[in-house]
Design a protein around this ligand. Structure first.
Ligand code: SF4
Length: 894
């Protein structure tokens, strides 16, 4: 076995940009761990890195180009898709001008070479691009007003802090380098205060948790500032000699009392006292701003008073102090290579209103959209409008890894490499180091880097010679500001380089404003923060998940329904139950979710995780408002107000489904997830682990019996079978629909008198099937769309019971799906299969690890496994679509 260790850098949309060591054995990535040599991130990397390995080899990952033909994805060659894209770009530019093309560059990865993507569209003539931000625009705009230019303390300087205020920052989930610093401060006796309306994971490492009303943080900062002034502990030198606008800001402060400000902020006065005391008596305090602060229309009313509090408390320009927010990830490069100077007036669309802006664009209209490293249909607000905008385009080209919400709308899918398969450089928006991105493994399948895609696309245009260079040549060109600082490409390839940047910004007391002084906010309208709507009493906070970044989870990794968290008393008042189904409604849309209650939660918010896919039923951006922030063109996601209502418990919603799981390795997958998404209440039992089989169908409306490796005819080995078959008959007798899958299908046949017997060979893999005449007429199968190849994994088959109708026939094993009795359906194939189970079964069966089936392993060659795996993404997607339709139709059975 050969083993290699490669130094690289995490390029995910995360401020930590950790130095990583990738361990590769026999060409396969087996481990990602923190690089101990990285001066900031040290040997630490977050728990998400294990998921990256799974993502690279995920059965859902699209690893060859696809094009849509007649609404269905088909595999294509690179030449085919690049020709199609180039031809369409040429015809749209010739007919309507370059601005009829929209280039949407997402935030998914912001490496050095990705700078050149936009250059391509500028060479094309100046396509329409995006302006504004889905993330930090409002805060950056606000800090630029105060400081002239936002510059943050080097995170290593926080080791000099005596206390720390994590203001809407959640380092445990999104910035782990700060965790060790916070712990160090605590160890030295300092306070670590988390200010966050939600109870983030970082509360666990804090000494205090303050929970203001969302968006009212500025009022809390003003209250603390007043207390410092009342104590005479303000930094007079800063106020008088380093700042401007003090008289106006003081007048704002004077127009409120501390209790009034605390009431506005929704906190007790003791919280403001805690902050003031920390800033006065645990000096210096570092204040770190998080991204939740940006997500308000008047975000500057939150951030500017916090900056001002820093000035009043004397922590600006002081080691261990500062009000820090972020860094410029494109700062170390020569941004002229974006090529914007070629078309300085080219059209831009406002990202917080991307759907509306696409739809209303005129002269020219948007005819073609190219998306890289982004999933706007899921991640941007008012998803329904974005969907309409994308649907209006004649061609959508998507480059990425998975068939997410945006990819689903595309016509061309360009499969991209991950950073583990690329050579590049990575700067950070969370610190001052530029790290190497060194290829750890060969690109999986036919994937290509965005750099390579655009190089090959450019070869089809007259500007090819201007654009085509090797990656190293381009890095040597676009990173000249970096080389001017005394390093070179070869050195950065070996490890991170610290940019020339101050450890402590503004240490000389001079700010890059016109006057050289800090600028206090001079106007404040509290009414702007106090808009309420009794019909929608909760602010919806879609916070960063702990386990994933943005929308990067795969379809199979989504739970059946998203979870929302509400204050216990509010839940009681609204008549919604802990663990129950609820409908979350905003003026823009509605979504079903599971409710969790929390006594410690503020009563005016509803909290959930962001990034879940619309197609998985987790699309909270179907509910969000699409307005820009007043400052900085950010996206005020948290200006969405919602109400939470009980699900109407009638018909399908509230239908009680008993799920009998015959093996822990045969979960209900897409079938039971779809039932839950339609509002069914599922009760699962595992008889093999001692759960009793109910005597009758009382208390349930439907029954699902899943698969397992047992023989359906072997009651001795599975003594629960007779009772289970009796129950299946009982459900049918009382007119309650039954679905049996694989083993469940064989048991259904046997329950109604059909014999079960062993096949001469194992049937395994994705197999083609056809509807019978009866199947075409059947309300469950006939309306479910064409039957795609479906996963098989069984050694037994059965005779059809008397009176049963065969609905789907297979070539080698005929009886694949039948209906018997009043409403009982048997599915021999695994229509419920999702990518996680497919991956596991293929892996284990290929290795011969599943004892029950080891004898059949020699039936299948390694080529069979490799070929099927290369087709996994489409096979699994088609199977999932079919399963969803079958489940919905089965639910309609009365
Ligand atoms: S996601 Fe963030 S914390 Fe985790 S490894 Fe990547 S950069 Fe580090």
């Amino acid at each position: 076995m050969s083993q290699r260790k490669i130094v690289t850098t995490c390029t995910r949309d995360c401020p930590n940009s950790c130095g990583l060591i990738a361990t590769v054995e026999d060409g396969r990535l087996v481990k990602l761990s923190g690089d101990p040599a990285h001066p900031l991130t040290g040997g630490v990397a977050c728990h998400k890195t294990a998921k990256y390995i799974k993502r690279v080899y995920s059965a859902e990952r699209i690893t060859h180009p696809l094009r849509k033909v007649d609404g269905r994805w088909r595999r294509a060659t690179w030449d085919e898709v690049l020709d199609l894209v180039a031809d369409k770009l040429k015809s749209v530019v010739a007919e309507s001008g370059p601005e009829a093309v929209l280039y949407y560059q997402g935030y998914g990865e912001r490496t050095a070479l990705k700078l050149l993507n936009k250059y391509f569209f500028n060479l094309l003539g100046g396509a329409t691009t995006m302006r504004g931000s889905l993330c930090g625009g409002a805060g950056q705009g606000a800090q630029n007003l105060d400081f002239g230019e936002r510059v943050s303390h080097d995170p290593l300087d926080h080791f000099n802090s005596k206390s720390m205020i994590l203001w809407a920052r959640n380092p445990v989930s999104t910035n782990i380098s700060l965790v060790k610093i916070a712990k160090d401060i605590k160890k030295r006796g300092g306070r670590v205060v988390v200010i966050d309306p939600a109870r983030s994971m970082s509360v666990n490492i804090a000494t205090h948790h303050v929970r203001p009303k969302p968006g009212r943080d500025g009022c809390l900062a003003m209250a603390a500032a007043k207390l410092i002034l009342e104590a005479g502990a303000e930094d007079r030198d800063f106020i008088e000699n380093r700042a401007e606008g003090w008289a106006e800001y003081k007048a704002i402060l004077d127009s409120f009392s501390v209790p009034e400000l605390c009431a506005l902020a929704g906190v007790p006065v003791t919280d403001a006292e805690l902050l003031a005391d920390t800033l006065m008596n645990q000096f210096p305090t570092s204040i770190l701003l998080g991204w939740g602060l940006h997500r308000h229309e008047y975000a500057h009313y939150a951030i500017r008073p916090i900056d001002a509090l820093g000035g009043i408390a004397g922590i600006l320009g002081v080691s261990g102090g500062g009000v820090s927010q972020g860094f410029e990830e494109y700062g170390p490069y020569d941004q002229a290579w974006w090529g914007d100077h070629l078309h300085p007036d080219h059209r831009t669309l406002l990202i917080p209103r991307v759907g509306e802006e696409i739809l209303s664009a005129r002269d020219p209209e948007i005819r073609m959209i190219v998306v890289t490293a982004g999933n706007p249909v899921c991640m941007a607000p008012n998803a329904d409008r974005i969907l309409q905008g994308f649907n209006k385009a004649e061609m959508v080209v998507y480059s990425g890894h998975f068939m997410d919400d945006t990819a689903e709308l595309a016509d061309i899918f360009l499969p991209a490499t991950t950073f583990l398969e690329e050579d590049d450089l990575m700067a950070s928006y969370g610190h001052n180091f530029v790290g190497p991105v060194n290829r750890a493994i060969e690109p999986v399948g036919e994937t290509k880097s965005e750099f390579q895609m655009f190089q090959e696309l450019a070869a089809r245009f007259p500007f090819a010679l201007q654009y085509q260079r090797s990656a190293d040549d381009w890095l040597r060109i676009i990173c000249t500001p970096l080389w001017d600082q005394g390093t070179d490409l070869e050195s950065v390839r070996k490890g991170p380089f610290r940019l020339e940047a101050p450890m402590v910004p503004y240490a000389d007391g001079v700010f890059p404003t016109e006057s050289g002084r800090f600028r206090f906010m001079t106007e404040f309208d509290p009414a702007a923060l106090q808009r309420e709507d009794p019909e929608y009493p909760y602010k919806l906070l879609t916070i960063a998940p702990h386990g994933y970044i943005c929308s990067e989870r795969t379809l199979a990794e989504h739970d059946a329904l998203p979870t929302v968290v509400l204050n216990t008393a509010e839940a009681h008042r609204g008549g919604v139950l802990d663990g129950g189904h609820v409908v979350v409604r905003s003026p823009y849309g509605r979504l079903m979710a599971l409710l969790k209650v929390d006594e410690a939660m503020r009563s005016d918010v509803l909290i959930t995780e962001r990034g879940g896919w619309n197609k998985a039923g987790h699309g909270f951006n179907l509910l969000t408002r699409d307005i820009p922030s007043i400052v900085g063109q950010g996206t005020p996601f948290y200006e969405t107000r919602v109400t939470v209502e009980p699900c109407p418990q009638d018909g399908i919603i509230g239908s009680r489904v008993l799920v009998v799981q015959n093996s822990s390795q045969s979960p209900g997958g897409n079938f039971t997830k779809e039932l839950a998404r339609q509002g069914c209440l599922l009760t699962a039992i595992l008889p093999t682990q001692g759960d009793p089989i109910p005597e009758n169908a009382d208390g349930y409306d439907r029954l699902v019996v899943l698969g397992g490796p047992q023989h359906a005819f072997d009651d001795q080995a599975s003594p629960h079978f007779p009772a289970l078959m009796r129950l299946m008959r009982e459900f049918d007798r009382t007119g309650k629909p039954v679905a049996g899958i694989c083993l469940g299908c064989q048991l259904l046949a046997r329950a109604h008198g059909g014999a079960v017997w062993t096949l001469p060979e194992l049937e395994f893999g994705f197999v083609r099937h056809a509807l019978t005449g009866a199947g075409e007429q059947d309300p469950v199968l006939g309306q479910a769309g064409p039957v795609p190849p479906l996963m098989e994994f069984h050694e037994d088959s059965f005779d059809l019971p008397e009176g049963a109708e065969l609905l789907v026939r297979g070539d080698s094993c005929a009886n694949q799906c039948f209906k018997v009795g009043k409403a009982s359906y048997g599915f021999q194939f695994h229509l419920e299969m999702d990518s996680l189970t497919a991956d596991e079964w293929f892996d284990e069966f290929q290795r011969g690890d599943i004892d029950t089936y080891a004898q059949y392993r020699s039936q299948f060659t390694d080529e069979f496994f490799a070929d099927t795996r290369s087709r996994f993404p489409l096979l699994i997607q088609q199977s999932a679509d079919f399963c969803r339709n079958v489940a919905k139709n089965w639910l309609r059975l009365k």
